[in-house]
Each structure stands twice: as C-alpha cells, then as structure tokens.
Design a binder for this molecule. Sequence first.
Ligand code: PLP
Length: 483
Amino acid sequence: MSEKNGGESFHMTPGEFRRWGREVIDWIADYQETIERYPVLSEVKPNEIRDALPKKPPARGESFATILEDVKRVVLPGITHWQSPNFFAYFPANASGPSILGDLLSAGLGVQGMLWATSPACTELETLVLDWLTEMLALPERFLSTGSGGGVIQDTASSATLCALLSGRERATGFSVNEDGCTGRLVAYASNQAHSSVEKAAKIAGLGRRNLRLIEVDENFAMRPDDLDARIQEDIDAGLVPCFVCATVGTTSSNAMDPLRDIGQVAAKYGVWFHVDAAMSGTAALCEEYRYIHDGLELADSYCFNPHKWMFTNFDCDCFYVADRAALIQTLSILPEYLRNEATKTGAVIDYRDWHVPLGRRFRALKLWFVIRHYGVEGLSHHVRRHVALAQEFASWVSESGDFDLAAPVPLNLVCFRHRGGDEFNEALMNRLNSSGKLFLTHTKLDGKLTLRFCVGQTMTDRTHVSRAWDLIREEGARHLSG
Ligand SMILES: *Cc1c(COP(=O)(O)O)cnc(C)c1O
C-alpha cells in the first residue's frame, strides 16, 4: 500500500488517515494548551488571508503535511479565538473535548439523517437526547416527544425562530399561506430588544418587516405585556391577523428576561402562536436556582435554546421544541416519490426532514449526547454556576469602582457596564483593550448610550482570567483618562 499522498487512487488510505488523524488531534490538543498565547481578536487586515494563498486551485494533490503547515502559517493568524478563556465578547460559542470528538465521529460516519430510514440511530438518538434535555432544564412536559410535542436539533436559533413563525403563520390562516401565498395582513410581535433573527424571519416568511411590531420595554429592557396587548388589539381592529409573538429569555443586548407568563397569557387571549427564544440563557435552567427564567413557559407553543452557546457543544446545535408537532410538520412537510418508504408510511417513526427548512441533516445528536454523558448534569450545572458567580463578582467590582457603572441588571453571566467618561471614551477604551490582544469584549447601546458587554461563558474561563480582565479594564480606563 502506498504511503505517498493519495497513492495511485488519489484517496487518503486508512493508514494515512490514521497517521494524519492523530496529528490533527495532537494539533488541537496543543492549540488548547497554548491558546492564551494568541491575541484573542485576530489582527489581520481585510484580504490578508486571501492574498497569502494561491489564486488558483492546485492541479495536483498536495501532501497533508503542507496543508497543515498552511493552517498554522496562514489560517491561524486570521482566527479570532472564541475558545480562549479571555473571550468575553458577544455571547460565547463554547466547546469541549467530548463535543469535538462527537463532531468528529459524526463526520466519520458521514450520515445524512433526513429520514428515520436513512439512519435510524441518527433520528432516535436525537429524539432521546432532546427528551433528556426537557428533564435537565425542567421544561414543560408538553415539549416531550412521548406526548404530542417534541424536539429537534436545528443549526441555529435563527432557523428555529423562522420555523416557529412559519408554523404560527400557517396555524393562523388554516394553512392557506402554504397554498396561496401571503396576503400582507399577517402580523408578528417581539420586543424592541429581540434578536435580529426575528426581523430576518419576518422577511423570509413573507410577512414583511413592516408587519413586525416592536413592543416597548420596561426600565429593565423586558417586554411590556400591556403594550403587546394594546398593539394586538389595535391590529385586530384594523382587520389584520396577528400570528406570532416572540419573547426572549436573555436578550442579546443586555440579557433582559421577558415576562413569559404575562406575555403567554396575552398570546393565549388572542390565540396567537407564542415562541420563546432562550438562545444563550436557557442553559442556565440546568441549575434549579435559575429556573425562574422559564416561569410561564408552559404557555409557549415553541421554545429554543443553543447548546452551542453555553452548553459546551460545538457550533452548530440549537434545540427547538414544539408543543404540537403536527402544526410544525404540516407546515413544512413534503413527500416526493423518491423519499417514500415503508417506515414513513406506517407513521411509526419521526422523519426530521419535516421539522426544519433543509432536507438533509447531520448527525448532531452525537456531540450533544457525548457532552451530556461526559459531564453529567452535575458537571454541566457546576460550570454554569461557576460562570454566573464570576460574572456576578465582576459586576460587584464594577459597581464598587467609582469610575464605572452597571448599565442593566445582571441576572446571569452578562455584565453591561460603562465608564463615566461618555460614549467616545468607552468606545476608545474598548478598542484599546481589544487591540491589546489580551481579551475581547464587545458593545451595545442601552438608553442611547454606548455600553460595554462582558459575558462569562467560555469553557476554560476561571477567576484568574476575569480578575485580570478587570485589572486591564480599570488600568486602561485610568490611563486613558489621564492621557
Ligand atoms: C445568539 C442569539 C440568537 C441567534 O443565534 P443563532 O443560533 O446564531 O441563530 C437568537 N436569539 C438570541 C436571544 C440570541 O442571543
């Protein structure tokens, strides 16, 4: 057997795969051990990566050693290190050893799980793990697959919200938009702090951005149910058809918690589909003391959260639940001749192709199953508690500092704060901190003011990283003031 690249068949032989596979695993382990040496935010200029690589694709295959060399030489400088313990930007996209290995195994099996019949394990493991998660997060029983609901893994919360909106649209119109197209009379509702994916969904679903009502928030940036009620009534009076309400558990900007129970009651009063987006913060419900964030969730028609944000599971992995799977399936179902099979016909199996937009699907349940089994509920909740405690400690330093103020309540692991020096000052401060390479944090606008966001959720972040970050922020703030 040839050990040259590809041999005569051009393929990588199992022997070569074994060798390079070990090399890549070693590479990743080395990366994990040395990640803090790299500037967290990539320092490359636009086009720098492209320009360092050949303009033309290779006519002849290259050795794997050369390819890996280029990863180090060219790709790595263009990486922003999301897995660095000094990453405090946006919301995290954390990961873990068992998750990486689960993802690798999924690639190795190379399964396409569109139907139960195209790999029964891909479907059944997913159904089981999503049922497990309802117990782990104490989600309402109506989301269990053993009743009339069920869960499915989607790529992202954006896709989950789109599917929820489509289902709401169809339920409100007796599934007639599916047949005849949109009428321009359908309306959706979310707070003015909701994620941009709701607006995107309204555009894609054919409602139109103008038919998305952005509801007022209170002083804590949480949706006001009275304003929601008034806006729905107004629209009904105007002959429009409300079809979708989206509440957020942990808004992206400030981690605000919309009052689910009150919003759910308004949605129920008008018979409107009620979706709850808990993209990052849903994970907190692993811990009993944070389960209040889901109070009222039993009123929801659908719910999603992202294990790929805060539950140590590699991007991409969003868990999407519905209380009535029939509505979702009827909205998205297709059955061309070439997909017909006995198992589907008997109705005894789940075909996840009808639960999301794409037909094909990866075996994502594997990495989630690995993570849950490796850590156990105990390990996962331990780390969530740890992150929240670190963020709370950071918040206490901010409020005691004299130079900085908290800009919003800190229910979990996101701290919104600003220096008293004003917008320009805060922006310059952030840019200087990020270009130091020692940490990465991002900003938002709250009450019209530029606000710094510090989110603790990276897998390996510990107290040293958080306290060093605070020292840097304080020192840079003081230097900046005197300079
Ligand atoms: C991050 C986030 C999203 C979008 O997440 P994707 O999975 O990348 O689509 C949606 N909603 C909220 C509240 C978020 O924080």
